[in-house]
Design a protein around this ligand. Structure first.
Ligand code: ADP
Ligand code: MG
Length: 238
């Protein structure tokens, strides 16, 4: 049975039809990329999975539970965005521990879980720093740690590497995949970067104007693109 199942998702903003009959099934621990050009509906789909947008119709199941009408909190998802959304006045450890504090987890347990998470994202030694003292790449590690510490069922990443310079981006691609494998967390990764999707994903889902045009593992999509759009888009990969 699939761990995440999106069934016939439609999303309209007024007259604009942004998501069209989306079907998506992911297994537990799968790393799936939503790949497509700007404006095709990737962020909207991710926000629908998170519960930050309501779907116009269709259903969303996570871990066997129909969460379609449920709040983001009830869905147990962790999210990281392109723009660093860290609290500027808090230290790294306060940022990472924030979600647990809100859940009234005891202080000692927060300390231990933050320490373990700092180790996971390779930030031990930076716990007393403020976000402004960190590089963009390090800030995204903090954002990742903050998303993971509450042990969400699903990790949703919306172009988390787009604002990071090319050299660091390569390192973070590897890091994100390492952490994802270590935690075995089911992940939906949004990107408009073909090579990033090809390198990182178990499965790629090519989006074009609100439709998923093709789903498959990177090599299958590369060898046998099903639509002219998919061929053109993936064809830029080298
Ligand atoms: P992507 O992430 O692939 O760049 P988006 O999901 O952000 O695409 O946007 C898809 C389309 O939906 C765009 O045309 C965008 O203008 C529109 N859209 C996104 N969010 C809203 C909103 N809250 N209200 C109205 N239109 C929106
Ligand atoms: Mg987007």
């Amino acid at each position: 049975m699939s761990y995440i199942a999106l069934e016939s998702i439609e999303k309209r903003f007024g007259k604009q039809h942004v998501l069209k009959n989306i079907h998506l099934e992911l297994g537990k621990g799968e790393f799936a990329s939503l790949l497509g050009p700007s404006g095709c509906g990737k962020s909207t789909l991710l926000r629908c999975i998170a519960g930050l947008e309501t779907v116009t119709s269709g259903s969303i199941c996570i871990d066997g539970i129909d969460v379609t009408g449920r709040s983001p909190k009830e869905r147990a998802v962790g999210m990281v965005f392109q723009q660093y959304s860290l609290f500027p006045n808090m230290t790294v450890e306060q940022n990472i521990g924030f979600g647990l504090k809100m859940m009234h987890v005891p202080k000692q347990e927060i300390r231990e879980r933050v320490r373990a998470m700092l180790d996971t994202v390779a930030l031990t030694g930076s716990e007393k720093k403020k976000p402004a003292q960190l590089s963009g790449g390090m800030q995204q590690r903090v954002a990742l740690a903050r998303a993971l510490i509450t042990r969400p069922k699903v990790l949703l990443l919306d172009e988390p590497l787009s604002a990071i310079d090319a050299k660091l981006r390569k390192d973070l691609q590897t890091e994100i995949r390492r952490i994802q494998k270590e935690t075995n967390i089911t992940t939906v990764f949004v990107t408009h970067d073909q090579s990033e999707a090809m390198l990182m994903s178990d499965t790629i889902h090519i989006m074009h104007e609100g439709v998923i045009e093709q789903s498959g593992c990177p090599s299958d999509i590369y060898v046998a693109p099903k639509t002219p759009f998919a061929a053109g888009f993936i064809g830029n990969y080298n």
